[in-house]
Write a protein that binds this ligand. Structure first.
Ligand code: GDP
Length: 175
């Protein structure tokens, strides 16, 4: 009997950040090219996966979404456990979501492994007129904390694939 010869790499990714910054929609856009407008409540995707190729190797990303638990600050350690990449998302039109980054970062460092790749994602870049966080200060923050940084729009899809792909490349390099 022949054994399967392809070994599949599976990477656990997690999405964190304040409520309503667009975590679920980023996931939806990445796995399904969809956007859910005007959802007052978190749509709560919970989980999604998509395979991408890095260095001619098939990698399956298993991406966990908080499904609204962040509202109650009740994200469990199990959520962080085994994550190879954490995407910390803020909303470029909501200053407060940027100011809360330090606390998300500290949770990631506390509960994930020490070599976790952390990507900072400034979402809703389609809403330029309402911008409350400059690219420069987000870059400074990223540099200071050793994060990779992207601005995205889950609505238009701008930079979404790129953010997940670059993050995956970073994880791949650290393996
Ligand atoms: P979550 O709570 O962080 O998972 O955020 P959601 O994905 O539920 O999004 C919260 C709200 O922001 C929803 O009304 C979305 O339609 C909206 N939203 C999410 N991403 C974007 C974006 O990139 N641009 C715009 N204009 N709205 C967005």
């Amino acid at each position: 009997q022949r054994k399967p010869t392809t070994y599949e790499h599976i990477f656990k990714f997690i999405m964190v950040g304040d409520s309503a910054v667009g975590k679920s929609n980023l996931l939806l856009q990445f796995i399904d090219k969809r956007f859910q407008p005007n959802s007052d409540y978190t749509i709560g995707v919970e989980f999604g996966s998509r395979s991408i190729m890095i260095d001619q190797t098939q990698i399956k990303l298993q991406i966990w979404d908080t499904a609204g638990q962040e509202k109650f600050r009740s994200i469990t350690r199990a959520y962080y456990r085994g994550a190879l990449c954490a995407m910390i998302v803020y909303d470029i039109t909501r200053r407060e979501s940027f100011e809360n980054l330090a606390s998300w970062l500290s949770d990631c460092r506390k509960f994930s492994s020490s070599d976790v790749v952390i990507a900072l994602v400034g979402n809703k870049c389609d809403l330029e007129a309402n911008r409350q966080v400059s690219i420069q200060e987000a870059q400074d923050f990223s540099k200071e904390h050793g994060l990779i940084f992207f601005e995205t729009s889950a609505k238009t899809g701008q930079n979404v694939d790129d953010a997940f792909e670059k993050a995956t490349q970073q994880v791949w390099k650290r393996l």
